[in-house]
Design a protein around this ligand. Structure first.
Ligand SMILES: *Cc1c(COP(=O)(O)O)cnc(C)c1O
Length: 343
């Protein structure tokens, strides 16, 4: 099938919003979701008192569509995004959007914007942003009664543009999430409160914040938008276990890749910050980069420099990265159900 791609310089795209042709919208009213539709209208017009504006009743997801080596357009484990959106919605008293309809919305939006799906080899992808919000006027504090589910797409560039550059992190003096709070859901509110912390870190010359658990400030949690993955000196993959971190689909996939493809031991457990200085490698996991290597973590002037250094990924991190991206791109056989074909 021949399709004329948009005239975009895929390689020079950054991570910014570019309006595409169609997006999916469904409204919840009188206790049910309507049948949903694609629209060309990129604007949302709501009452000034809508629940999303007053009390931040909104949750979101992030995933990408891309072209495999053999020319198929696919997404990676969208069923897990559908499931996680449901968990996030539940926590904020937003009615669940049916998982099969989430997958259908992904399919419709990617198909309708196929000309924006970057070609294989460009490193660019079509980023998908599903989200839900309270839409009717709410002034007393309570859940909205009407909601909208939207899903739009925007092409984004390769994450490691000028090559891989290991990150320098700061142990933050701010907390990201409280015990029994909302750290384990994907909600804009977790990002709103992280903005001051990240601007502060950037102003001090750091790339990201490492947050510790809010209760004891002794265990590793995550950054503002990515989970940690460590490799011990005896080549074991370890990831932090906590009820207040977001269950990253990338991190869960990497743990499975470590065990099943690389034959490594992998473990999700509490990681005291005290142990970090003994780790061989450190990376951040998320949809955007898959893994970004961390070269250095600074705790109030005390530096932890990982043996993997400041110029490249550590050897295990690199194997994990190459294996998972190989699976995503169709070069390596994927576990059952990981690659969802759109066209
Ligand atoms: C989205 C997100 C991640 C990464 O999750 P993926 O499913 O791998 O993209 C990690 N931490 C936070 C706080 C997030 O919002």
């Amino acid at each position: 099938m021949f399709m004329q791609k948009k005239d975009i310089d895929w390689g020079s795209l950054g991570f910014g919003y570019i309006q595409t042709d169609k997006r999916y919208v469904s409204d919840f009213k009188d206790g049910k979701w309507d049948e949903g539709r694609l629209t060309e209208d990129a604007n949302v017009v709501l009452n000034e008192c809508a629940g999303v504006f007053q009390y931040a009743q909104t949750v979101f997801e992030g995933l990408k569509a891309y072209t495999t080596e053999d020319g198929r357009i696919v997404t990676f484990r969208p069923d897990l995004n559908a499931e996680r959106l449901e968990q996030s919605a539940k926590r904020l008293e937003i009615p669940a959007f049916p998982r099969d309809r989430f997958i259908d919305a992904v399919k419709q939006v990617v198909s309708a914007n196929a000309a924006y799906v970057p070609p294989f080899g460009s490193g660019a992808t079509l980023y998908l942003r599903p989200y839900m919000m309270g839409t009717n006027p709410v002034i007393g504090v309570k859940p909205a009664t009407e909601y909208q589910f939207r899903l739009f797409a925007t092409p984004v560039g390769p994450y490691f543009k000028g090559g891989v550059k290991p990150l320098t992190l700061k142990v933050s003096d701010f907390d990201r999430a409280a015990p029994c709070g909302t750290g384990n859901i994907k909600a804009g509110l977790n990002y709103a409160m992280s903005l001051h912390a990240i601007v502060t870190a950037h102003n001090e010359g750091f790339d990201e914040n490492m947050y510790l658990d809010a209760k004891t400030r002794t265990n590793v949690e995550e950054t503002g938008g990515a989970n940690f993955l460590f490799v011990t000196k005896d080549n074991k993959v370890v990831t932090p276990k906590s009820d207040s971190i977001l269950p990253s689909i990338t991190r869960r996939s990497l743990v499975q890749v470590a065990k099943e493809y690389l034959g490594l031991e992998a473990e999700e457990r509490v990681i005291p910050f005290e142990e970090v200085k003994d780790m061989a490698e450190c990376g951040l996991c998320g949809t955007a980069a898959v893994i970004s290597p961390v070269g250095k973590i600074v705790d109030h002037g005390k530096e932890i420099c990982f043996p993997s250094g400041m110029t490249d990924m550590g050897p295990i991190t690199k194997k994990l990265y190459e294996t998972l991206t190989g699976i995503q791109m169709g070069k390596i056989k994927a576990p059952e159900g990981w690659i969802y074909e759109i066209m």
